[in-house]
Design a protein around this ligand. Structure first.
Ligand SMILES: Cc1cc2nc3c(=O)[nH]c(=O)nc-3n(C[C@H](O)[C@H](O)[C@H](O)COP(=O)(O)O)c2cc1C
Length: 211
């Protein structure tokens, strides 16, 4: 099983979402110790560039006509797409910033969403081309927004991941992290329980296939 971990906090150290993503990866790896391989894409230590005009021009220029700078810019996105295509499981650490996902995560989504490569339009409408993957998203928030209109992250991530073909998504919530030490401790304990549930649900789904 190839596992791709995306860290999207701005914090390289002391990030709860990264710690929870690591916990998910470690539990997935423990379930398949002989076959698990892990790639970590740390967008805090190595931020991906945003989709600016130069990047758009590079992407819309035919490969053979690109300048070396344009080719290098497209290659940055190509690398992220290749990592994702190779993954069986995708694990995302996703902090809430100002009621949405981080700019780091949005830049990653902009990089991996490419027409004719990760999705395409057919006569019947759009088709996601990243199929057969299981996704785990560790959500961290200072406040509590689960199942409220203020939670823009879950509907957005469900929609964009499904558009790209990734319809099997487990969300792990760590909420109330800014509401005092006791609330923080309880949020992390709850997130650990949610991780156990998500990983064991996945393993029990896959067992009959492996037999
Ligand atoms: C710039 C910034 C904006 C934030 N905005 C929100 C917010 O809108 N709602 C919320 O509940 N928490 C917000 N928080 C708190 C973070 O979601 C919380 O600290 C979380 O643990 C960050 O993830 P991390 O630990 O992986 O870095 C914000 C934190 C920062 C630094």
């Amino acid at each position: 099983m190839n596992i791709l971990q995306i860290n999207s906090s701005a914090r390289a150290e002391a990030s709860h979402s990264t710690a929870l993503a690591e916990r998910i990866v470690s539990r997935l790896s423990a379930a398949e110790p002989r076959t698990a391989s892990v790639v970590v894409r740390d967008l805090s230590r190595r931020p991906h560039p945003q989709l600016d005009e130069a990047a758009l021009q590079a992407l819309f220029t035919p490969t053979e006509s690109r300048t070396p700078e344009q080719a290098a810019r497209v290659a940055l996105d190509d690398a992220l797409i290749a990592e994702l295509q190779a993954a069986d499981a995708l694990v995302i650490g996703a902090p809430m910033y100002n009621f949405g996902i981080s700019a780091q995560l949005k830049n990653w989504i902009d990089a991996i969403s490419r027409a004719k490569v990760t999705f395409r339009y057919t006569e019947d409408g759009p088709e996601g081309l990243l199929k057969g993957k299981t996704v785990y998203v560790a959500l961290t928030r200072g406040g509590k927004y689960r199942n409220t209109p203020a939670d823009t992250m879950v509907p957005y991530l469900e929609m964009v991941l499904s558009f790209l073909g990734m319809t099997h998504v487990h969300f792990v919530y760590a909420e109330g992290l800014a509401m005092g030490a006791a609330a923080e401790e309880s949020a992390i304990a709850s997130a650990y329980e949610q991780i156990e549930d998500a990983v064991s649900a996945q393993v029990s789904v896959e067992e009959p296939l492996a037999a």
